[in-house]
Design a protein around this ligand. Structure first.
Ligand SMILES: [Zn+2]
Ligand SMILES: [Zn+2]
Length: 269
């Protein structure tokens, strides 16, 4: 088993994008984000962004889309032709639609958009999601003091992203960071984040030869998995996005064993 299954080029591209997202986040006027958190509603699994009014700066969003295209082409000149002309498709109305559809994970909308405009399928959703994240990340930063735990199965309490990663911190605390919005919260050590199963006999751990800091928690109840990384060894802890990216080999192992990133309980007869 090789530990590096993702190409260096891909990792470098992702790292460059993460750096840009950090800078873009600084460009957003905090006054345009107004969270109206209701803990009772959030206890039912509604993510904080759904309870937040965001007045998006569309010209800034479009500028980021252009910058993402420049980064992609710089990393892979063959993409130039495939990405040419996308900016001209993006008027204000379409940009607003992209933001809405990316916020609510409507993959089908982007697949249709790609088909209608003869684009490769990954392109519209990748651009929309990448340019949306600085807003999600700033929202997460603002509401973080009120985020303490998640509802099993509901994903990230801020943005709704399915949980796939946890870090073990001081005193063995299990903290779940969201690679999408960078919020974090604490979870029970012996609990499946997908279905809430806390029967230790139905939770197992897969380990990877040659990787002493990672394990994969798998749940026999919902067949979901979660990567657990002991981050106590790091002097400077990598961001959730980098932890997720650097541990992608664990996703392959879990999926090879038949586990899924999103658990699913099979109803009993
Ligand atoms: Zn999130
Ligand atoms: Zn489970």
């Amino acid at each position: 088993m090789t530990l590096s299954v993702v190409s260096k080029e891909y990792q470098n591209l992702q790292k460059e994008i993460i750096r840009h997202q950090e800078q873009w986040k600084q460009m957003i006027d905090r006054e345009t984000i107004k969270p109206h958190l209701d803990q009772a509603v959030m206890a039912t699994g509604v993510p904080a962004v759904a309870l937040t009014t965001i007045d998006f700066n569309i010209s800034l969003f479009l500028q980021w889309v252009d910058e993402i295209i420049t980064i992609l082409v710089k990393n892979n000149p063959e993409l130039e032709q495939k990405l040419a002309g996308i900016s001209s498709l993006l008027d204000e109305e379409t940009a607003i639609r992209w933001i809405e559809e990316a916020s609510s994970f409507h993959q089908a909308y982007f697949e249709k958009f790609a088909a209608c405009h003869r684009l490769e399928q990954w392109i519209p959703s990748f651009l929309a999601e990448t340019a949306l994240r600085p807003y999600l990340q700033l929202t997460a930063e603002m509401v973080q003091p009120e985020i303490h735990h998640a509802v099993p199965g509901a994903g990230c309490p801020v943005c709704g992203e399915p949980v796939r990663l946890a870090s073990l911190e001081e005193d063995g605390k299990k903290v779940i960071p969201c690679p999408r919005c960078l919020a974090h919260w604490q979870a029970k050590r012996l609990e499946c984040s997908h279905c809430g199963n806390d029967d230790h006999k139905k939770l197992q751990y897969l380990t990877i030869e040659g990787d002493a800091v990672s394990q994969i928690q798998v749940c026999d109840e919902c067949h979901g998995y979660m990567k657990i990384i002991d981050t106590r060894q790091y002097i400077t802890k990598p961001s959730a996005a980098l932890l997720d990216l650097n541990s992608i080999h664990l996703d392959f192992v879990a999926q090879e064993h038949g586990y899924r990133a999103v658990g699913e309980k099979i109803g009993r007869c």
